[in-house]
Write a protein that binds this ligand. Sequence first.
Ligand SMILES: [Zn+2]
Length: 566
Amino acid sequence: MKFLKKILSTISTPAILPWIMPFLLIIPNIALAITEPDPLLSKATDIFLPLGVYMLLASVTTSVGITMLFAIPLIFFAGFQIVLLYLYGESIMAVDMFLNIATTNTKEASELLSNLILALVTVFILYFPALIYGIVCLIRQRRCTLTTVRHIRRYGAIVFAAGALLLVASYIALPRFSVRRNIFPVNVIANMIEAVNRTIDTTHYPSTSAPYTFSPTLTHDRDLREIYILIIGETSRADNWQIYGYQRPTNPRLSNRDGLVVFDKPLTESNTTYKSVPMLLSPLTSETFGDSIYYTQGICSAFNEAGFNTAFISNQQRNHSFIDFFANQAQTTEFIRDNEPGSLDDHLVDHLRDFIDRSPSDKIFVVLHTYGSHFNYHERYSDDFRVFTPDQASEASIENRRQLLNAYDNSIIFTDYVIDRVIASVDSLHIPAAVIYTSDHGEDIFDDARGRFLHSSPTTTFTQIHVPFLMWFSDRYRDAFPEIYSNAIANSSANVSTTRSVFPTMLSIAGIDSPHIKSADDVTSTQYRELPRHYLNDYNEAVDLKQAGFKPYDFEKAQNYNIATD
Ligand SMILES: [Zn+2]
């Protein structure tokens, strides 16, 4: 107690007071210097320059309270940055993070936040007393001496000058360096502004995308009765799929399914739902997403134009962004959670059957958007699927990894069941039919020393983008279009980017040709070609996997699956 009193009386001496604000605000910069893989010069600039600015700001007035209160916005950014570093172990607050908050439903966000208590408490302890202290100083009109202010101004000027020199050196020596990207909190504020701009552009989507047309031509017989289903999974990583070599029997049904083609080496180009799903549902790839997303329509529009009866049936909440826009382009759109909150993915199959029974057209195309294996994992399947137990832990901690994995594996078994039921439903029609399944992205479940959990972090890991990709063809389809089936088998051991190939492949299987389709991306074409791996980063740029955040461990994991990473 005496010790605490001594600390308090020391920091409240007029000579110390103005140093508190710069000290607190520079903590995230120091933390980032430890966590980020940036060059040393960039890190030094990111400490000296902001510290110099903070010290100069602290020297503007002798009123400590005013200084503290003006620093509130910066304290807010510093606090959240520390929470993020705790959660992901690296990276500044990204554009995608702000947009994820905007496009994620509140329940999902609170599920994640409830696992962040420790980080929030740390931030609270670090910054909240400072704020209270500032208010107390303001009320009591506490001031430091003019001499102290001159002191901190002189030192602040020296630190700032050093920071400015380092800044010049960084711009000269480091080709990728910029204040916009490398200096905290400028980068975070710029990311927030970018997120706002993208949100504004998104609200104009209905008008900016209206002129878009797929101009399709149909190669199948106009009178042919046929049905095609595209299932978009959620948070399903191939590592935990038995048909991808996982040691647990998580695919009891699909393992025995006739007509199934499993692609050995798929990766997605984004670890976030709101970017990956629009790429899967459109001709966009990581190269074109940033420029063209506001002007492009989705796969249901393509099938509409080709004369199909289309439906988008989702077991996710509305995200008020491109997934909803693409969903609404279908002739029938159902978000089943609107009326059945908490419904499991097998309900999608009931809605699918209803739609097929009611369809006036012989040509049917349906997108099913599942909730798959999204956290909390144990809420994604029914009791009959509690194969691996215990599975009820929902607190995100490494101690619970065994339970989290049990629940995650149970959710994969449930996904296996849902896909198999979809296949059985269309198989029973005895017509040419095909089903494609892939997941938007994978997941981290405290798999290695990094202790990472969940997905959509600003940098990705291998398990966040290693997704299953498979397709099934009915007997009648294989009889009618044997070359599509045999080409799929021939390409099944090739390296594939799901976000690039799902769209052209789905159209090609349905006999739809369009100027927007490249045969080189179609895995049922003899012209399919492997391309260099790309990843859509936070600035909507297509980067290689090292720039996407892959560490040696990730490259090694990819190699174990014989997946090309360059
Ligand atoms: Zn997702």
